[in-house]
Design a protein around this ligand. Sequence first.
Ligand code: NA7
Length: 543
Amino acid sequence: QHLGRYSQADAVIVGAGFAGMYQLKRLREMGLKTRVVEAGDGVGGTWYWNRYPGARCDIESLGYSYGFDPELEQEWSWSERYATQPEILSYAEHVAKRYDLRKDITFETRVTRAVYDEDTSRWTIYTDTGEAISAKYLIMATGCLSVPKEPDIEGAESFEGPTYITGRWPHEGVDFTGKKVAVIGTGSSAIQAIPHIAEQASQLTVYQRTPAYSLPAGNRPLTNSEVSEMKERYRDFREEQKYNFAGIPRPERELEPAAMVPPEERQRRLEEGWTQGLTGLTTKFADALADEESNAIIADFIRERINARVKDPELAETLTPYSYPFGTKRPCLDTNFYETFNRDNVTLVDLRKTPMEKVTPKGIKTSAGEEDFDVIVFATGFDAMTGALLKVDIRGKGGMALSDKWANGPHTYLGIAIAGFPNLFTITGPSSPSVLSNMMVSIEQHVDWVSDCIGWMRERGLETIEPTEAAEEEWAEHNEAMANQTLFPQANSWYIGANVPGKPRTFMAYVAGVDVYRIICDQVAASGYSGFETAKAKQRLEA
Ligand code: NA7
């Protein structure tokens, strides 16, 4: 029995990041009474929480924005090739204001539990502020990389000085001046933060377990003419984004496998790809992420360049990745990451050679000994894809817990819906291609698809929709088969759950591309939502 506040809505959306905000706009326009519940005290999701120094988007700013409103894209101007976290956050705030979204968002409130009632075909959504909301639709817009991984290092709690997690950075910032700082991790977040921390700290020690493949971002201010040219062709560009493999239309993907490309042309393409951002190099050969030899051509090219950026050859070698193919862990873009190790106040600890033993009250102990620090920064990543969904105790038909259903890994249909959990939708859920793409493109595609599905149900007086077990099984098999055609399963990545101790290992992203995926989703809708079962409101019609 719930004794707190009780309210009703047509739809509840969890999360006010870019997914939740657009979903709210769509459902409200369709006439649904919609409530968004958000843990933070502002909108922006990822860009609200990740305020560490140097935080920036790795997708070019002109493409990392909503495409749903031609007026919005005309009135907003990005200032740099890659936008900083503060600029993206102010874009999110601008959007919230422009469409008056805040009035339907409840901030500083966390959804703890959501229970489906088969008799009423409704969800009851419970919050940590004691509210229960009854809703027909529950939409999880909780993000793919939103729950930081719990520090999985012995003694992490025992450190006496301040500790910070990149994904939960204090809003007031952190002053490292004169401090002896440790950073644990060398993923995207660490690679962005380290050059900034090194400039302030008296001494910085970086603990590296697996070296990353990082390319120079080549960030720079955008010129007025670049911005206005994009504004002139934005409508075409949005279409290109939709029907592109990663939602990143430039550079276009080359069609030949590396073996068919003569050496000189290979070299030319590699030099070109080097400056073209996240997808620059993987688009240069059709089989870059599928063939070991093709991939090795790219990996060797990057290794040489990493070596050229670090003065001490031994240090350069320690920073160079060998243990997994390029692109099978998320590649990084950096500004002065490798050069930072040329500074006198920066030290690298190779945890492969001297493994981490524990965090102590004074510092960090590896097999080589203990070092004292004033501050420790955990840049240790996220419980990706499933973390935020499983943090909420979601109960479907027959009281089934989502955590039980997913005990051996997440199964969904299209990454959008889950058998046994009617009228629950997951924006960019597991086994959708989202994390391998420009998130904005994937978010809009999912939100549009879910909104259209709800609209279709309403037109037909349908009360519930859920995927069949068979459709879900088939999608899982298709996903696995596609992933196994690539090199992705070779890396211990967060795509596969390998970064969280004890997490089931299954490849959690659809690798065939957002373009192919969009076509599949559209076909499912056009065929009357094949793979889904729907039901009318029987009891109420009979009554
Ligand atoms: P990532 O990419 O998961 O990076 C986390 C880093 O922390 C990575 O280098 C890990 O090494 C390291 N790590 C994690 N746990 C430990 C422990 N226990 N000991 C030592 N080192 C550890 O997270 P980010 O936040 O950088 O980036 C996440 C995504 O955000 C990124 O992919 C983009 O999509 C944006 P490992 O590789 O596991 O050996």
